[in-house]
Design a protein around this ligand. Structure first.
Ligand SMILES: Cc1ncc(COP(=O)(O)O)c(C=O)c1O
Length: 361
């Protein structure tokens, strides 16, 4: 995908391909003068951590080079604190699917998936869990099912139940900012339901990589120690922290526009017979498009669009439970704002048509 992606001039998803000079000039434009850190102490890393505390309404926050590292660390600290080892989470959360069973292999913890793969966790799912767990991890929005969000009252009830059992609550808020227009609440109001919160710096807001982990002072002091143990306290962390802070300031305020545009695009796409939007309407800046087509043919059509028209759409098409449908993810960012919804509809219709007319190999 690398070279072909980089050769494109228009991008449907996210913020498009940004060259290094542009990334660096964005940082300088946004932050002006800033200072470097040493092993994560001081400079722009501390500035970012202070801003994250303010945003999330938590006493302390620490920069982490990846969400993968941050959340393993949060799970470990909560398990140590509670003296329990069971982790409750959705069957499709990032730790369950994409981290090589790290919490089991590295920390000897015991995941217990709750609820059904295809829908959000419900109160009834949680009430079925007889044991008292170390942590309840909720992912907002639930990415693998198109970015769905529980109603506010459900969120309050579920975190309340966990807390009444002495279970810590942790928020996988990789895309927390993208969830706020739905709740019409501040990040701090949502974060208040959780003992620890992880916020990505590169997903919706488009930094380089990394995240912040926020919570009480003691949790964050311990998390810093664990970051060193995990090899995450690099000699200089400032490039990631600076890119993250600049992205937070620059794109944080744009998120409501992304969400609105995602809804407008989804409304257009839902009129295509072959397309089902999940969730419909979208509640964040993302949605999954389930498309009645054959995966390889769809990928080939997307590839030819990239080669011939320099338009990058998707480099993959995920299989779904239905053999005649594939799924792709729509994520609205700066690049998507350049696409009127009708144009996206036309482009997707073209891809489907090309996929259907692809001669058998
Ligand atoms: C919901 C969610 N949580 C955690 C992560 C992990 O983030 P990182 O890539 O920073 O390790 C991701 C990454 O895609 C994610 O989507």
């Amino acid at each position: 995908m690398g070279e072909l992606y980089a050769s494109c001039t228009r991008f449907l998803n996210g913020h498009g391909a940004r060259q290094p000079d542009r990334v660096l000039s964005d940082i300088v434009d946004e932050l002006g003068d800033f200072h470097i850190d040493t092993y994560g102490d001081g400079g722009v890393v501390a500035d970012l951590e202070a801003e994250a505390c303010e945003l999330l309404g938590k006493p302390a926050a620490v920069f982490m080079p990846s969400g993968t590292m941050a959340q393993q660390i949060a799970m470990r600290i909560h398990a140590d604190r509670t003296g329990r080892d069971v982790l409750l989470w959705h069957p499709t959360c990032h730790l369950a699917l994409h981290e090589g069973e790290a919490v089991v292999r590295l920390h000897r913890l015991q995941p217990r998936p709750v609820g059904n793969t295809h829908r959000l966790i419900t109160m009834a799912d949680l009430e079925e869990v007889a044991e008292y767990a170390a942590v309840l991890l909720l992912e907002l929005p639930q990415r693998e099912i198109g970015g769905q969000l529980p109603e506010w009252d459900d969120l309050v009830a579920q975190t309340g139940l966990a807390r009444s059992h002495g279970t810590a609550t942790h928020l996988d808020g990789a895309r927390l900012l993208e969830s706020l227009p739905f709740y019409q609440r501040t990040a701090a109001e949502v974060a208040a339901l959780f003992d620890s919160v992880y916020l990505s710096l590169y997903k919706g807001i488009g930094g380089l990589a990394g995240c912040v982990l926020a919570g009480d002072e003691q949790l964050v002091v311990e998390a810093r120690e664990w970051r060193r143990r995990h090899g995450g306290t690099l000699f200089r962390l400032w490039p990631y922290a600076a890119a993250g802070l600049a992205a937070l300031r620059r794109r944080g305020p744009r998120i409501p526009r992304y969400v609105e545009h995602a809804r407008a695009i989804a409304a257009e796409l839902a009129t295509l017979e072959e397309v089902t939007v999940v969730p419909d309407p979208p509640v964040t800046n993302m949605a999954h498009l389930h498309i009645e087509t054959e995966g390889e043919a769809f990928k080939a059509a997307a590839r030819s669009l990239a080669i011939e028209d320099k338009i990058w759409t998707w480099g993959y098409a995920q299989p779904t439970a239905l053999p005649d449908r594939v799924a792709v993810e729509l994520v609205v960012g700066d690049a998507t704002l350049d696409w009127p919804p009708e144009e996206v509809r036309g482009m997707l219709a073209l891809l489907i048509e090309r996929a259907l007319s692809r001669p058998d190999d």
